[in-house]
Design a protein around this ligand. Structure first.
Ligand code: GSH
Length: 203
Protein backbone atom coordinates (compact mmCIF):
# COMPACT_ATOMS: atom_id res chain seq x y z
CA UNK A 1 0.00 0.00 0.00
CA UNK A 2 1.01 3.60 -0.51
CA UNK A 3 0.68 6.60 1.76
CA UNK A 4 0.47 9.93 -0.03
CA UNK A 5 1.43 12.82 2.19
CA UNK A 6 3.87 15.64 2.72
CA UNK A 7 6.53 15.20 5.39
CA UNK A 8 5.21 18.33 7.12
CA UNK A 9 1.59 17.28 7.38
CA UNK A 10 0.71 16.52 11.00
CA UNK A 11 -2.27 14.46 9.82
CA UNK A 12 0.08 12.46 7.63
CA UNK A 13 2.45 12.07 10.56
CA UNK A 14 -0.36 10.62 12.65
CA UNK A 15 -0.78 7.86 10.07
CA UNK A 16 2.96 7.31 9.73
CA UNK A 17 3.15 6.86 13.51
CA UNK A 18 0.33 4.29 13.41
CA UNK A 19 2.05 2.42 10.57
CA UNK A 20 5.31 2.39 12.54
CA UNK A 21 3.64 1.20 15.75
CA UNK A 22 2.02 -1.64 13.80
CA UNK A 23 5.17 -2.30 11.81
CA UNK A 24 3.15 -2.33 8.59
CA UNK A 25 5.10 -2.09 5.32
CA UNK A 26 4.11 0.74 2.98
CA UNK A 27 5.49 3.03 0.34
CA UNK A 28 5.67 6.70 1.30
CA UNK A 29 4.76 8.91 -1.66
CA UNK A 30 5.60 12.55 -1.02
CA UNK A 31 2.97 14.63 -2.73
CA UNK A 32 2.03 18.24 -1.99
CA UNK A 33 -1.65 18.76 -2.90
CA UNK A 34 -1.05 22.38 -3.91
CA UNK A 35 1.55 21.51 -6.55
CA UNK A 36 0.40 21.53 -10.18
CA UNK A 37 1.38 17.94 -10.90
CA UNK A 38 -0.08 16.56 -7.65
CA UNK A 39 -1.92 13.22 -7.86
CA UNK A 40 -3.95 14.02 -4.75
CA UNK A 41 -6.99 15.63 -6.46
CA UNK A 42 -7.44 12.38 -8.42
CA UNK A 43 -7.38 10.36 -5.19
CA UNK A 44 -9.26 12.64 -2.82
CA UNK A 45 -11.85 15.09 -4.20
CA UNK A 46 -11.10 17.31 -1.20
CA UNK A 47 -7.50 17.61 -2.37
CA UNK A 48 -5.97 16.87 1.03
CA UNK A 49 -3.31 14.58 2.43
CA UNK A 50 -2.94 12.01 3.82
CA UNK A 51 -4.42 9.54 1.34
CA UNK A 52 -3.82 5.82 1.67
CA UNK A 53 -4.03 3.68 -1.48
CA UNK A 54 -4.52 -0.01 -0.74
CA UNK A 55 -2.97 -2.89 -2.65
CA UNK A 56 -6.36 -3.20 -4.42
CA UNK A 57 -6.09 0.43 -5.51
CA UNK A 58 -8.75 1.77 -3.22
CA UNK A 59 -8.07 5.25 -1.88
CA UNK A 60 -8.96 6.15 1.71
CA UNK A 61 -8.69 9.68 2.99
CA UNK A 62 -9.12 11.68 6.14
CA UNK A 63 -6.74 10.44 8.78
CA UNK A 64 -9.39 8.93 11.12
CA UNK A 65 -10.70 6.85 8.20
CA UNK A 66 -7.19 5.78 7.23
CA UNK A 67 -6.45 4.82 10.84
CA UNK A 68 -9.70 2.81 10.88
CA UNK A 69 -8.69 1.02 7.70
CA UNK A 70 -5.25 0.13 9.11
CA UNK A 71 -7.00 -1.45 12.05
CA UNK A 72 -8.67 -3.95 9.70
CA UNK A 73 -5.28 -5.29 8.57
CA UNK A 74 -3.72 -8.26 10.32
CA UNK A 75 -1.22 -6.46 12.52
CA UNK A 76 -0.37 -5.92 16.16
CA UNK A 77 -0.90 -4.20 18.45
CA UNK A 78 -4.58 -3.33 18.07
CA UNK A 79 -4.97 0.42 18.53
CA UNK A 80 -8.78 0.41 18.75
CA UNK A 81 -11.12 -1.81 20.77
CA UNK A 82 -12.93 -4.18 18.40
CA UNK A 83 -16.39 -2.67 18.96
CA UNK A 84 -18.77 -1.05 21.38
CA UNK A 85 -18.66 2.19 23.27
CA UNK A 86 -15.00 1.61 24.24
CA UNK A 87 -14.13 2.01 20.58
CA UNK A 88 -16.21 5.18 20.37
CA UNK A 89 -14.34 6.55 23.40
CA UNK A 90 -10.96 6.03 21.76
CA UNK A 91 -12.28 7.74 18.64
CA UNK A 92 -13.45 10.59 20.84
CA UNK A 93 -9.89 10.97 22.16
CA UNK A 94 -8.65 10.95 18.58
CA UNK A 95 -11.21 13.62 17.63
CA UNK A 96 -10.08 15.83 20.52
CA UNK A 97 -6.47 15.48 19.38
CA UNK A 98 -7.37 16.20 15.76
CA UNK A 99 -9.31 19.24 16.92
CA UNK A 100 -6.15 20.52 18.62
CA UNK A 101 -4.39 20.00 15.31
CA UNK A 102 -7.10 21.84 13.37
CA UNK A 103 -6.83 24.82 15.72
CA UNK A 104 -3.01 24.71 15.64
CA UNK A 105 -2.99 24.60 11.84
CA UNK A 106 -5.41 27.57 11.73
CA UNK A 107 -3.10 29.59 14.00
CA UNK A 108 -0.03 28.62 12.00
CA UNK A 109 -1.68 29.60 8.70
CA UNK A 110 -2.90 32.88 10.15
CA UNK A 111 0.66 33.57 11.33
CA UNK A 112 2.19 33.24 7.88
CA UNK A 113 -0.18 35.81 6.33
CA UNK A 114 1.12 39.36 6.00
CA UNK A 115 0.84 41.03 9.43
CA UNK A 116 -1.83 43.50 8.29
CA UNK A 117 -4.07 40.65 7.06
CA UNK A 118 -3.89 38.57 10.22
CA UNK A 119 -7.08 38.37 12.27
CA UNK A 120 -6.00 38.44 15.90
CA UNK A 121 -9.47 37.49 17.16
CA UNK A 122 -9.27 34.24 15.21
CA UNK A 123 -5.86 33.42 16.68
CA UNK A 124 -7.19 34.12 20.19
CA UNK A 125 -10.25 31.93 19.64
CA UNK A 126 -8.17 29.01 18.33
CA UNK A 127 -5.66 29.36 21.19
CA UNK A 128 -8.54 29.16 23.67
CA UNK A 129 -9.75 25.93 22.06
CA UNK A 130 -6.31 24.36 22.35
CA UNK A 131 -5.83 25.47 25.94
CA UNK A 132 -9.22 24.15 26.92
CA UNK A 133 -8.50 20.81 25.21
CA UNK A 134 -5.08 20.55 26.90
CA UNK A 135 -6.65 21.33 30.29
CA UNK A 136 -9.18 18.56 29.78
CA UNK A 137 -6.34 16.16 28.93
CA UNK A 138 -4.43 17.16 32.07
CA UNK A 139 -7.52 16.38 34.11
CA UNK A 140 -8.10 13.09 32.32
CA UNK A 141 -4.52 11.94 32.89
CA UNK A 142 -4.55 12.30 36.68
CA UNK A 143 -3.48 8.84 37.94
CA UNK A 144 -3.70 7.31 34.46
CA UNK A 145 -0.99 6.07 32.11
CA UNK A 146 -3.16 6.10 28.98
CA UNK A 147 -6.20 8.08 27.89
CA UNK A 148 -8.40 5.03 27.35
CA UNK A 149 -8.19 1.61 28.94
CA UNK A 150 -4.91 0.17 30.12
CA UNK A 151 -2.81 0.09 26.97
CA UNK A 152 -1.56 2.41 24.26
CA UNK A 153 -4.30 3.20 21.73
CA UNK A 154 -4.99 5.44 18.77
CA UNK A 155 -6.15 8.32 21.00
CA UNK A 156 -2.77 8.40 22.74
CA UNK A 157 -0.84 8.49 19.48
CA UNK A 158 -3.10 11.19 18.01
CA UNK A 159 -2.74 13.26 21.18
CA UNK A 160 1.06 13.10 21.27
CA UNK A 161 1.08 13.92 17.57
CA UNK A 162 -1.09 17.01 18.11
CA UNK A 163 1.10 18.16 21.00
CA UNK A 164 4.24 17.72 18.90
CA UNK A 165 2.66 19.94 16.24
CA UNK A 166 1.63 22.77 18.54
CA UNK A 167 4.95 22.59 20.42
CA UNK A 168 6.75 23.15 17.11
CA UNK A 169 4.38 25.49 15.25
CA UNK A 170 2.62 27.36 18.04
CA UNK A 171 5.44 27.96 20.55
CA UNK A 172 3.60 30.87 22.22
CA UNK A 173 1.18 28.30 23.60
CA UNK A 174 3.39 27.06 26.49
CA UNK A 175 1.57 23.74 26.43
CA UNK A 176 3.54 22.33 29.41
CA UNK A 177 2.72 25.18 31.79
CA UNK A 178 0.69 23.93 34.80
CA UNK A 179 0.17 20.57 33.08
CA UNK A 180 2.63 18.14 34.73
CA UNK A 181 0.68 14.96 33.99
CA UNK A 182 0.24 15.87 30.32
CA UNK A 183 3.91 16.85 30.06
CA UNK A 184 5.18 13.52 31.41
CA UNK A 185 2.68 11.57 29.29
CA UNK A 186 3.45 13.38 26.04
CA UNK A 187 7.22 13.38 26.55
CA UNK A 188 7.11 9.61 27.13
CA UNK A 189 5.13 9.06 23.94
CA UNK A 190 7.23 11.42 21.83
CA UNK A 191 10.38 9.47 22.77
CA UNK A 192 8.99 6.36 21.03
CA UNK A 193 10.73 5.33 17.80
CA UNK A 194 7.47 5.88 15.88
CA UNK A 195 7.69 9.60 16.68
CA UNK A 196 11.47 9.87 16.51
CA UNK A 197 11.49 8.51 12.95
CA UNK A 198 8.63 10.68 11.66
CA UNK A 199 9.77 14.14 12.72
CA UNK A 200 9.00 16.82 10.13
CA UNK A 201 12.05 18.10 8.28
CA UNK A 202 13.70 21.17 9.80
CA UNK A 203 13.07 24.32 7.77
N1 GSH B 1 -9.23 16.10 8.42
C1 GSH B 1 -8.14 15.83 7.52
C2 GSH B 1 -7.24 17.06 7.43
C3 GSH B 1 -6.17 16.90 6.36
C4 GSH B 1 -5.53 18.23 5.99
O1 GSH B 1 -6.05 19.31 6.27
N2 GSH B 1 -4.37 18.13 5.31
C5 GSH B 1 -3.69 19.32 4.84
C6 GSH B 1 -2.17 19.18 5.00
S1 GSH B 1 -1.70 19.25 6.70
C7 GSH B 1 -3.94 19.49 3.36
O2 GSH B 1 -3.82 18.54 2.62
N3 GSH B 1 -4.27 20.71 2.93
C8 GSH B 1 -4.44 21.02 1.54
C9 GSH B 1 -5.65 21.87 1.30
O3 GSH B 1 -6.40 22.14 2.27
O4 GSH B 1 -5.86 22.24 0.16
C10 GSH B 1 -7.39 14.59 8.02
O5 GSH B 1 -7.47 14.28 9.23
O6 GSH B 1 -6.75 13.90 7.21
Amino acid sequence: MQLFTTLDSPYGRKIRVVLAEKNLPFELVEDAPWSRQSRIPGLNPLGKVPVLVTDDDEAFFDSPVVAGYLETLPSAPPLLPASGVERVRVRQSEALADGILDAGVAIFLEGIRPAEQQIQANITRQLAKINSALDSLEKRLQGRQWLNGDSLQLGDLATANAIAFVALRVPRLEWKKDRPALTAYAEGLLARPSFETTKPPER
